[in-house]
Design a protein around this ligand. Structure first.
Ligand SMILES: C[S@@+](CC[C@H](N)C(=O)[O-])C[C@H]1O[C@@H](n2cnc3c(N)ncnc32)[C@H](O)[C@@H]1O
Length: 265
């Protein structure tokens, strides 16, 4: 094992040992976790574990079905579920660009099924993984990452009726739905080019009060996606609202104030 890795592990073990020795309380265990996390992954922050949604059995059952109950996607899944509620009464269909195994589309379809309005869910994906990253996309992704076949997604979502699939490279199939309007647009393709194509196409088709959520906004793994959103919205009244577990959204027709940190000097 490399020396600095061993040193980090030893420091982490020492922190846990010291904090446990005298004070085995929840507060001390959290403090130990926080310090160990910061030691192993500098800058990493934990959240409080007392939120009601952590104990929501329906939500936990959904997470279990995705294999993510103990994973890193729980916060953005919760945000997706909550933002869908905001657009429940906005007319228009829903769309996802970047479907992978269908786990986020499952939440969108479940929300549509309970909506008072009739909404169809449209899904765009190569079903062959991500396209070739470009110069804006950093080093994290390789063409073909996150490949999952169409059949597996159709099986995952078979309980829902109002679904439509458009296999192909974005934006090749967008013309198939050019006359529709939308209440909720989920963009999750990780890269600059398909994010730009998606926001350009769907912004004008998003009804007032509708939500555009980009799962990759503000993620260090997806600098091109963040740039695509900010550049497109720079000439629009709305801008992206950042979410704490990365991701960002805008509400169509809702003018957004400046990021006030930039005004403090
Ligand atoms: C992060 S995954 C989507 C995850 C999914 N939204 C979820 O939360 O469960 C990214 C998806 O984008 C798709 N993708 C990436 N670039 C694409 C492109 N240029 N055209 C079509 N699909 C693309 C990949 O095939 C992959 O399924």
């Amino acid at each position: 094992m490399p020396k600095n890795r061993l040193a980090k592990l030893k420091t982490a073990a020492r922190i846990v040992r010291e904090l446990y020795r005298d004070h085995d309380t929840i507060g001390k265990r959290l403090e130990a976790l926080q310090r160990v996390a910061w030691e192993l992954v500098p800058g990493y922050r934990l959240t409080w574990p007392d939120s009601d949604w952590c104990k929501d059995s329906d939500f936990n059952q959904y997470l279990e079905s995705t294999g993510q109950l103990k994973g890193m996607n729980t916060h953005n899944r919760m945000m997706l579920a909550q933002l869908l509620r905001l657009s429940d009464n906005v007319p228009g269909d829903t769309v996802e660009c970047g479907v992978y195994k269908g786990d986020s589309s499952w939440l969108i379809c479940a929300a549509n099924r309970s909506s008072p309005l009739s909404k169809q869910h449209h899904m765009f994906d190569s079903f062959e993984g991500i396209s070739q990253p470009g110069s804006e996309d950093g080093q994290h992704w390789t063409r073909g990452d996150l490949s999952f076949g169409l059949n597996g997604v159709q099986e995952r979502l078979k309980e829902f009726e109002q679904t439509a699939y458009y296999p192909g490279w974005i934006p090749d199939r967008f013309q198939d739905i050019q006359d529709l309007t939308f209440s909720f647009v989920h963009i999750d393709v990780d890269l600059h080019e398909p994010t730009k194509d998606s926001i350009e196409f769907f912004y004008e088709r998003l009804n007032d009060g509708g939500i555009l959520l980009c799962d990759d906004y503000g993620s260090a793994f997806c600098p091109g996606a963040t740039k695509a959103c900010d550049q497109f919205l720079s000439s629009k009244p709305e801008s992206m609202i950042s979410l704490p577990a990365s991701g960002g959204f805008m509400i169509k027709g809702q003018q957004t104030g400046k990021n006030f940190w930039q005004t403090l000097a």
